[in-house]
Design a protein around this ligand. Structure first.
Ligand code: UDP
Ligand code: MG
Length: 323
């Protein structure tokens, strides 16, 4: 059966508590799909250790020894979720025909993988896992996360609503992805740019199986900023619009003052003056900040540094590779 090798890529950062269970469930899923004849026996689970400080890599090594279906990639240090995921996708690309990416914490419903594989077999290249509800997320996580999607949209960063990084991609879609060489990586914004036939699969998002979220509010805000500034120039355009508006207002003010002067009504107003100085000053600083944000991106892109470095790959061949 040519062309049906599936790799499930799982980035892991300090996930020692969930890994054994995740491996068990993903192993079961792979075996079930193999038995159903939908995927090739060479299919694997590929864990990416993103420079964890706990025993994550030791556990991956043990899983690999005990079960041939479990493979691993060890990064040289922590590079963040998106880069770790990319490292996994790029490693799997050369070995698989389709790759599913998912989080280590089992929040994404493993059973949705069946529908993804079915769609792939129907000729779809990218299948997005979309959360049908977030009932099990905490109120805080739910509102901040949904606010995140809305804000992204408002600021011109197109993404698939309520889709995180649970998705299936075909080999050629991954080859497309490999050509996006940006270091400011925001995968869920880039993947829709690849094109090909796409589809979605709905699933219920569960609770984190164990351990705590590796995305506290601070990281989430940084992630949102990363997404907006790496996908869209709309904030820059907004600044232009704002500048234009302020300019218009000042024109009207000048006109008004001239009329007042001509009619002999000049009264000193300190408060309005002070307020407008602060207002304009604030606007200028904010605008400079936004421009600086983009300049910083440009600076980082111009350096063209590697997005990840691989220390070791654990698979059948156990080869070593840099990227
Ligand atoms: N992750 C990673 N590197 C990091 C942070 C997170 O590889 O620096 C992984 C983490 O192990 C998990 C996934 O990214 O598999 C998503 O993280 P998490 O579940 O904590 O995020 P949340 O679901 O709370 O948004
Ligand atoms: Mg999670």
């Amino acid at each position: 059966m040519p062309g049906n090798t599936l790799y499930i890529v799982v980035p892991c950062y300090n996930e020692e508590e969930v890994l054994p269970e995740t491996a068990r469930r993903l192993g079961d899923k792979l075996r079930a799909l193999m038995e159903a004849g939908k995927i090739d026996p060479r299919s694997r689970v590929l864990f990416v250790n993103d420079g964890s400080k706990d025993k994550t890599w030791e556990i991956i090594q043990r899983l690999h020894r005990e079960d041939g279906l479990m493979c691993g990639v060890d990064l040289t240090r922590n590079r963040g979720h998106q880069n770790a995921l990319l490292a996994g996708l790029m490693t799997a690309k050369d070995r698989a025909d389709m790759v599913i990416s998912m989080d280590a914490d089992l929040q994404d419903d493993v059973d949705a993988a069946d529908a993804m594989v079915d769609k792939y077999l129907d000729g779809v290249d990218i299948v997005y896992g979309v959360r049908s509800s977030r009932k099990k997320d905490t109120f805080f996580k739910r509102t901040t996360a949904e606010g995140f999607y809305r804000m992204m949209d408002l600021l011109g960063a197109e993404t698939v609503f309520n889709h995180a990084d649970y998705r299936l991609m075909s080999k050629r879609a991954l080859e497309g992805l490999a050509q996006f060489t940006e270091v400011n990586l925001f995968l869920r914004g880039i993947v829709p740019m690849i094109g090909y036939r796409t589809d979605t699969v709905e699933y219920e998002r569960g609770e984190r199986f164990a351990g705590e979220s590796k995305y506290p509010l601070k990281k989430m805000l940084a992630f949102a900023l990363e997404g907006v500034t790496s996908l869209s120039v709309r904030p820059l355009r907004m600044i232009t619009g704002l500048g234009f508006l302020v300019f218009l207002i000042s024109l009207i003010m000048i006109l008004y003052n001239v009329v007042r002067w001509a009619t002999g009504n000049t009264v000193a107003g300190w408060a309005s003056l002070a307020c407008s100085v602060w207002f304009i000053g604030g606007l200028i600083l904010l605008s400079l900040g936004v421009i600086g944000e983009y300049l910083g991106k440009l600076y980082l892109e111009s350096k063209d540094r590697p997005r990840f470095l691989i220390r070791e790959v654990l698979d059948g061949e156990t080869d070593q590779k840099d990227s």
